[in-house]
Design a protein. Structure first.
Length: 430
């Protein structure tokens, strides 16, 4: 028996929510360990759609504990709004099934105001952030200016911390020509949320240690994707957290050995929201078709996602840097009907051949994909219930991906519905 960490191997939006939901059936505890409400996980269960941003996907199943770990950045209003929203869909959310780590940093009003003001100031060089204040909150955390959820219990200390933080924020707000904030207003606003949030707050690392001792199965739910990792991604066009599975340990308070099997969720083609390099992007009718068939619009911002061919060189890099043991290949059905499919196997950068995606932003911007072409298939793969049901060309496509990325396909997903998932391996026993 082992734990499982689920991470995105591309630029996010690989379909993690659905896979986590499938796996959470077996898990006892589901933990978010990084990111914030920039994430968007869509679950479709019995025809009902749930859109989650901060809540772990396990929340929609009864008798599971969902934990928001210390590596996450939490906007109190966004979390409370999401709790109310999901509750209104008939899901029970109480302190018995939701635990918020006491050492989690909070996103405050200035974070998103500054996030948007800084994006505006970047002009044509925008990073394309979600505008949720994620990066600004992580900046304050690392600068030791952050407000943590445990601070809400101590009013004098909280005011002192807010004064310290606002003395920094107000300088920036002034510089951007935005309204400055005063401690009393921010404090009063926070206090409104505190009463509702504090019942969920607890010592996550202890509860996880108990889970470990009891032999409970833990599922670590990543957000975004490896190529958005602040170290291993397409810097500076990245998010502000580590999205690799290693972060599951630091971001929740368990040892590195506890992470267990690392499952990389991988879309059968590639998408990206926001700006930044994307070698296999298709700025043509094929890209449009992928977007339409795959319903490629952001869950969080509604932005149209950029679409392109599968980039095996990039996913192989994620497999290596993130310790991915196997992948869940999603949205294979979106490729039904194409005459030909291209797979990127490396890059040409100024006439030199690379089998990896170099770290330099200059190289990344100049990288031209080196493609191999495969025959497509006309059959409807949504009907497949086992690997053997897939058309021969689809099997060839999947097998070739496995060979190129040097990792096996452990799960295959052929539609948004939870039932249309072919599980090749019991990951909790892997
Ligand atoms: P931030 O995380 O809001 O700072 O945005 C930084 C970059 O990460 C932008 O390119 C966003 O579009 C991207 N990003 C953040 N969250 C997600 C996600 O859940 N899926 C896909 N892209 C994301």
């Amino acid at each position: 028996m082992t734990n499982v960490a689920v991470v995105g191997s591309q630029w996010g939006d690989e379909g993690k929510g659905k896979i986590v939901d499938v796996l959470s059936k077996e898990a006892d505890v589901v933990v978010r360990f990084q990111g914030g409400h920039n994430a968007g996980h869509t679950l479709v269960i019995d025809g009902k759609t749930y859109k989650l941003h901060l809540l772990p996907s396990g929340i929609v199943r009864p008798n599971k504990l969902s934990i928001i770990g210390n590596g996450v950045v939490v906007n109190p209003e966004a979390l409370l709004g999401e709790i109310e929203n999901v509750k209104s869909q008939g899901v029970d959310i109480t302190p018995d099934n939701l635990l918020l780590a006491e050492n989690t940093n909070l996103i405050l009003p200035a974070h998103s105001v500054l996030d948007n003001a800084m994006e505006e100031a970047r002009g044509a060089k925008k990073l394309g952030t979600t505008g949720r204040g994620i990066g600004l909150c992580y900046e304050d955390k690392v600068a030791r200016r952050g407000i943590r959820i445990c601070d809400l219990e101590h009013s004098d200390y909280l005011k002192e911390r807010l004064e310290n933080m606002l003395s920094h924020h107000n300088v920036l707000l002034k510089g951007f020509g935005a309204d400055t904030l005063n401690v009393t207003d921010v404090y009063d606003e926070l206090m409104k949320s505190a009463e509702k949030l504090l019942p969920y707050v607890g010592v996550a690392w202890k509860r996880l240690d108990e889970a470990h001792k009891k032999g409970e199965k833990i599922l670590f739910e990543g957000a975004q994707g490896h190529m958005l990792d602040v170290d291993h991604g397409t810097y500076p066009f990245v998010t502000s957290s580590n999205t690799v599975a290693a972060q599951a340990a630091a971001g929740s308070g368990v040892g590195a050995k506890e992470i267990g099997y690392v499952l990389g969720i991988t879309k059968a083609y590639t998408t990206r929201v926001g700006t930044g390099p994307f070698p296999t992007e298709l700025d043509n009718a094929e890209g449009e078709l992928l977007g339409q068939r795959g319903h490629e619009f952001g869950t969080t911002t509604g932005r149209k996602r950029r679409c392109g061919w599968f980039d095996a060189a990039l996913v192989r890099q994620s497999v290596k840097t993130g310790g991915i043991d196997g992948i869940a290949l999603t949205k294979l059905d979106v490729l039904d009907g194409f005459d030909e499919l291209k797979i990127c196997v490396g890059y040409d950068i100024n006439g030199e051949r690379y089998d990896h995606y170099p770290a330099s932003a200059v190289h990344q911007a100049n990288a031209k994909p080196v493609y191999e072409t495969m025959k497509g298939w006309k059959e409807d793969t949504q009907k497949a219930r086992s690997f053997a049901d897939l058309p021969a060309e689809a099997v060839k496509y999947v097998k070739y991906i496995e060979e190129l990325i040097e990792a096996p396909v452990a799960i295959l997903s052929v539609s948004p519905d939870r039932d249309d998932t072919i599980v090749m391996q019991d990951l909790f026993s892997a």
